[in-house]
Design a protein around this ligand. Structure first.
Ligand code: ZN
Length: 498
């Protein structure tokens, strides 16, 4: 058999295993009875091992060596070979013993972090975190890098991402967004949102609202599902079966709707993948940053616009006629756009969110390079919050212990959140040039022109290009913070008259 087709055959087997594993994972989060947990763990570990065996099989290495010599490969073939090479190197460069020690350490570390957070005591997590940082450094050394160790960790989550590419993006944010937040804090008048906080919002109404909005955006419920889970996510095995979840709170009606729009964004991306490239790496969604751009687009760029609030107001009134009495579209818009520095990242607004990420990024760089000791971490964290957001955590649970990522060894992951925000602004500003009626379309609930634009420029392009190249192809310029900064400055000016 031809080497290329033989490689595609192996990649299809791996993909089928990953599809089955994703269904097992979805079931674990959403439906599984508690007693099934132990055997489910074994099932998932077994299928992960089997898929790892195929991912690291020496035959894949031989086929890649052969194919990399070929000069007759087209764009898609070359992309498949490049992506298969990246995956093969990542899977084979880490010694088996290192991988199993790391997995053991991560489960121990997750427990000590949970304990530390519960007891508000950083010292419980300290030793495991120090070890995690050592593991991350070793991992970077195994994977290889050109300039900085941290680059190897960034590359795990977004191919080709480096500190030299990220620094200018974060610098743009730091210089422009931080002063904006300060001026809101100093001069902005806080809108009255008592109509939100003083009412109770029943779950069935929130569910109907989420369903209606997700359908209107264009999520295909014949090829997907909406469910509830403690940690909202979007999963499912393939574009014909995309499953997202949300969570409900009767005191906060925005969490479920905006969470639903976020996951709907991830879901429409999955449903829009190029079907002629099923089972192939080039047909997959293009990395975490681009994925997050699709969720942030619908959640924030669209969902928190005045036009969207004008369209959705009647839906709110239909589900919650008493709570919404006398509420105008502009009141809704102000309530979903409250800008307020807070300590907790996951509750942060659109403006302050990226400052939370910037702080984590700077800290990770220092930890990996050894310029910051774990013992000095809590103070450094608090100092940076004070410097950039003007607030200081009073305890470590709402400070340095708040995120799960480091306890799972996910160092280098945070920046993809901010990339998603920057990409979403850049993509929407390019889409607007092609869609002169965009605002009127959103006000009228016609989301298909924008979704079609994303389908054509982003979804259908799979992973044929590297993430930064895809952004450049779709928008005409390389990744940059400008569109986001401009979008935010305009919005804050309108909201707070500054
Ligand atoms: Zn997301």
């Amino acid at each position: 058999m031809d080497a290329y087709n033989e490689l595609l055959g192996i990649l299809k087997d791996i993909d089928m295993m990953d599809q089955v594993r994703s269904l097992l994972g979805w079931d674990q989060e959403v439906l599984m009875p508690p007693k099934a947990a132990e055997l489910r763990g074994e099932q998932i570990a077994w299928i992960s091992r089997e898929s790892h065996k195929r991912k690291t099989s020496p035959r894949v290495g031989e086929l890649l060596d052969e194919l990399e010599e070929r000069v007759d490969l087209g764009d898609i073939e070359s992309a498949n070979v490049r992506l298969a090479r990246e995956a093969y190197d990542k899977a084979t460069r880490l010694p088996t013993e290192f991988v199993s020690e790391l997995a053991k350490h991560n489960s121990k570390s997750l427990i000590s972090w949970t304990e530390a957070r519960k007891n508000n005591d950083f010292s419980i997590f300290r030793d495991d975190l120090a070890k995690s940082i050592d593991f991350a450094r070793k991992k970077a050394d195994y994977l290889g890098y050109e300039d900085l160790r941290y680059d190897a960790l960034l590359d795990i989550y977004e191919s080709g991402l480096t500190v030299s590419r990220l620094d200018p993006l974060f610098e743009g944010l730091r210089n422009k967004v931080a002063p904006l937040i300060r001026s809101v804090a100093e001069r902005g008048e806080r809108p009255d949102i008592s109509w939100v906080t003083e009412n109770s919002w029943e779950q069935p109404g929130q569910e109907r609202l989420s369903q209606k909005v997700s359908e209107s955006i264009g999520f295909d419920f014949e090829a997907g599902r909406r469910d509830a889970s403690t940690h909202p996510f979007c999963g499912g095995p393939n574009p014909d079966d995309v499953r997202w979840t949300t969570r409900y709170s009767e005191t906060d009606p925005f969490g479920s709707l905006y969470g639903s729009m976020h996951e709907t964004g991830h879901g429409t991306y999955e449903q829009g993948r190029p079907r002629d490239l099923d089972f192939q790496p080039a047909g997959k969604a293009n990395g975490l940053g681009i994925h997050e751009s699709q969720s942030r687009l619908w959640e924030n760029q669209i969902g928190r616009s005045l036009e969207f609030c004008q369209w959705s107001l009647p839906l709110w009134k239909e589900q919650f006629p008493e709570n919404m009495q006398g509420v105008e579209a502009e009141d809704l818009w102000r309530a979903v756009n409250l800008v307020e520095p807070s300590l907790i990242r996951v509750e942060a607004d659109e403006a302050t969110y990226n400052i939370h990420i910037m702080i984590r990024y700077e800290i990770e760089k220092l930890l990996i390079s050894g310029d910051l000791e774990v013992d000095d971490l809590p103070d450094k964290w608090d100092d940076m919050y004070e410097e950039y957001l003007g607030i200081r955590p009073t305890d470590s649970s709402s400070g340095v212990l708040q995120d799960i990522h480091w306890s799972m060894g996910a160092i280098g992951y945070f920046p993809t959140y901010t990339l998603g925000n920057l990409y979403s602004a850049q993509l929407l500003s390019a889409a607007r040039e092609d869609l002169p009626e965009h605002d009127a379309q959103i006000r009228g609930g016609d989301f298909s022109p924008l979704l079609d634009w994303m389908r054509k420029k982003v979804h259908k392009r799979g992973s044929i290009l590297k993430p930064a190249e895809l952004i450049e192809e779709a928008t005409g310029s390389p990744p940059s913070p400008e569109a986001f900064v401009e979008y935010l400055a305009n919005k804050v000016r309108l909201l707070y008259s500054i």
